[in-house]
Design a protein around this ligand. Structure first.
Ligand SMILES: [Zn+2]
Length: 245
């Protein structure tokens, strides 16, 4: 299902999988994140064709995780991502595919890389900005004219975020606090919302830090709506394990 956010921005919603965001410029489309399965990415391409006659000019990967990047293969246009996203993806081999239960296929690695920021103009100015924390390469997209922020997994709504082994909570906090205060916030997973989803994420990461520092008990989180109202409680346990290993 496609949800319209603003005149130029649409989100393809697929339950809990990563959100795909379609930005329609004057001459073409920019797609943010491409899903885990090439087959699914083909259905994303079809959604775009149903929505507009304009071609996909550019794909952007918010970070290297396969559920955001593997569908790149379904698109012929250039892929833009942070330099570390490309470095990580270059290391994915057969055994990594096996772990994911996938048959090996050749990935479409990012063709255009950046370090701090990459700006793209197509009537709309679209800014791709490095914002590490969830992973070292994590980046977000800001479209000032549309008042839209696309966060990748830096912000997650409706479910627990995945805190992975290369997550860094204090860097993540800095990125969250520096995010533009946009009216529309599209998270990596879960329902699109507003700036309150950034505030919830700041609160969430802060409480995880306090839990690890022994300043908060697990019991306190059991009655905290910012924790209890999120789906997939098991992810919280998994995240804590990743942080202490
Ligand atoms: Zn991720």
């Amino acid at each position: 299902m496609v949800k319209k956010i603003t005149e130029s921005v649409y989100v393809i919603e697929h339950e809990e999988a990563a959100n795909n965001v379609i930005i329609i410029g004057k001459k073409g489309v920019v797609l943010v994140d491409t899903s885990l399965f090439p087959e699914k990415a083909k259905s994303i391409a079809k959604f775009i064709r149903d929505l507009t006659m304009k071609p996909v000019e550019l794909v952007f990967n918010t970070h290297y995780h396969p559920d955001h990047t593997f569908g790149n293969t379904a698109f012929d246009c250039p892929v833009v991502a942070h330099i570390l996203t490309r470095e990580k993806m270059e290391k994915f081999d057969n055994s990594y595919f096996e772990e994911l239960g996938l048959d090996y296929f050749e990935l479409h690695l990012p063709d255009i890389i950046f370090e701090d920021e990459f700006d793209y103009e197509d009537n709309l100015k679209i800014q791709f900005i490095h914002g590490p924390g969830h992973t070292p390469d994590s980046s977000y997209v800001y479209i000032p004219q549309e008042n839209v922020l696309i966060t990748g997994d830096t912000v997650i709504n409706s479910m627990h975020p995945e805190i992975v082994q290369d997550s860094n909570l204090s860097i993540w906090m800095k990125t969250l606090e520096a995010l533009p205060k946009a009216k529309y916030v599209i998270p990596g997973h879960g329902e699109p919302g507003d700036y309150s989803s950034v505030k919830d994420m700041i609160d969430y990461i802060d409480k995880i830090r306090k839990l690890l520092a022994g300043e908060l008990s697990a019991n306190q989180l059991d009655s905290d709506p910012n924790f209890t109202q999120r789906q997939h409680m098991e992810l919280l346990e998994w995240s804590i394990k990743n942080l202490i290993s």
